[in-house]
Design a protein around this ligand. Structure first.
Ligand code: NAD
Ligand code: MG
Length: 388
């Protein structure tokens, strides 16, 4: 039976890897909406190839070019934030949420409010909205499937078990490309060095997050909302080979781990086929060739981001949303050459210390307001820590 799918953030790393799997199973899928921010040529090529019903760009200034690219094809086009939300509201069997950053939050909420199945890669949306999102999932009977490899691993390790029987959940972290760098050398890490991930091929923002370990910090918060076992039961271990994607320890002493090649098509496929399995072209895991799997404790002196994320979660209220917003602003400033690599965590810490973050957001609007406020504060902190 054919199933329908929309991909929010279709031109990105996760979006393209999802489409790669769909391309190999074309008869099984009907593509409804594909969206991008402003990668018009890439988006136009994809909607033509997959015969999508509608193409949407988030940036309105890119609409004219999109219309021109798709003229005469019969494929509808739209642009702007509300158009992204409308695209996410179109009825489909599955929505892939693969926009980067809090920019994806309102569309994800729209897909959830439709009560559909949402495969979530866009961790910033869940980190920002927290309970507002999980409550909406409950209220609207939506199904949230985790695409993030760690959370997908945990989801798989929890299958058939009761969450009450979990003793700990351990998120594995590759440690990123700068894992072995000294504190002094980290000061002068360049954007090119920070995005050169040893195991995964990802978008620029998450690659920098991986280098600062903020990716694991965001994932710690993401795990808290997806698998509420209590903060003390959530652990992080550095595992440079990225073969074990995370683990669940049960109260009888059994630990279940999910292993796989470091290829996002594996967790994406597990969402696409859920609750069944599907073929992927990913290379099989060859443990003898890998030889050894190693583990080390995270070093929060050189990489403070996981501490900041834990503190934001402990502080509660809108602190996680502020942490995420500050990080987005700081990462963009680092990629733009405005601040040093090590100042990313400093900007985040400054925003957490300066903001009044104790109130609980009750709605999407309140989350977005918290995000906005933290962004503007982070902009000031970037100015304070600017290079030169
Ligand atoms: P990417 O930068 O490669 O792609 C982002 C996509 O979102 C693109 O299609 C882009 O056009 C769109 N986009 C960007 N800004 C937008 C905006 N303001 N409005 C509308 N659309 C916008 O990012 P990615 O690496 O594919 O990551 C996407 C999400 O998945 C992130 O939240 C990331 O943390 C998460 N994730 C990615 C990976 C990975 O391997 N890439 C793994 C796990 C989780
Ligand atoms: Mg991950």
């Amino acid at each position: 039976m054919t199933r329908s799918i929309s991909i929010l953030g279709a031109t990105g790393s996760v979006g393209l890897q999802t489409l790669d799997l769909i391309r190999r199973n074309r008869a099984e899928w009907r593509v409804e909406a594909l969206t991008a921010n402003c990668s018009v040529k890439e988006l136009a090529a994809l909607v033509r190839e997959f015969g999508a019903a509608i193409a949407v760009v988030g940036d309105e200034s890119c609409h004219a070019e999109l219309r021109q690219e798709l003229g005469g094809t019969g494929i509808a086009t739209a642009a702007g934030r509300s158009a992204l939300i409308e695209a996410a509201q179109r009825p489909v069997d599955m929505t892939i949420a693969a926009i980067v950053g809090c920019a994806g939050l309102a569309p994800v909420m729209a897909a959830i409010e439709r009560g559909g199945t949402v495969a979530l890669a866009n961790k910033e949306a869940l980190v920002s909205a927290g309970d507002v999102m999980t409550a909406a999932v409950e209220r609207h009977g939506a199904t949230l499937l985790p695409v993030d490899s760690e959370h997908n691993a945990i989801f798989q390790c929890l299958a058939g078990n009761a969450i009450e029987d979990v003793r700990t959940i351990t998120l594995t972290a590759s440690g990123g490309p700068l894992r072995t760098w000294s504190a002094e050398r980290l000061e002068v890490a360049t954007p090119a060095e920070a995005v050169a991930h040893p195991n995964w091929d990802m978008g620029a923002k998450i690659s920098v997050d991986s280098a600062t370990m903020m990716n694991k910090g965001l994932e710690f918060i993401e795990a808290h909302y997806l698998f509420p076992v209590g903060l003390d039961a959530l652990k992080i271990v550095v595992h440079p080979q990225s073969v074990i994607h995370s683990m669940v320890e049960y109260r009888d002493g059994s630990t279940l781990a999910q292993l796989g090649p470091p290829d996002m098509r594996v967790p994406i496929a597990s969402c696409l086929a859920y609750p069944r399995r599907m073929d992927t072209p990913c290379s099989p895991l060859d443990l003898a060739a890998i030889g050894e799997l190693t583990f080390e404790a995270p070093d929060e002196a050189r990489f403070p981001a996981t501490r900041l994320a834990r503190e934001a979660l402990q502080a509660g209220g809108i602190a996680p949303a502020a942490l995420n917003a500050a990080n987005e602003v700081a990462v963009a400033a680092f990629l733009g050459g405005k601040i040093a690599f090590t100042k990313i965590a400093v900007v985040v810490e400054d925003v957490l210390a300066a903001g009044n973050l104790s109130h609980q957001a009750k709605s999407l609007e309140e989350v977005l307001a918290a995000d906005e406020a933290a962004r503007s504060l982070a902009g000031q902190m970037v100015g304070k820590h600017a290079i030169g």
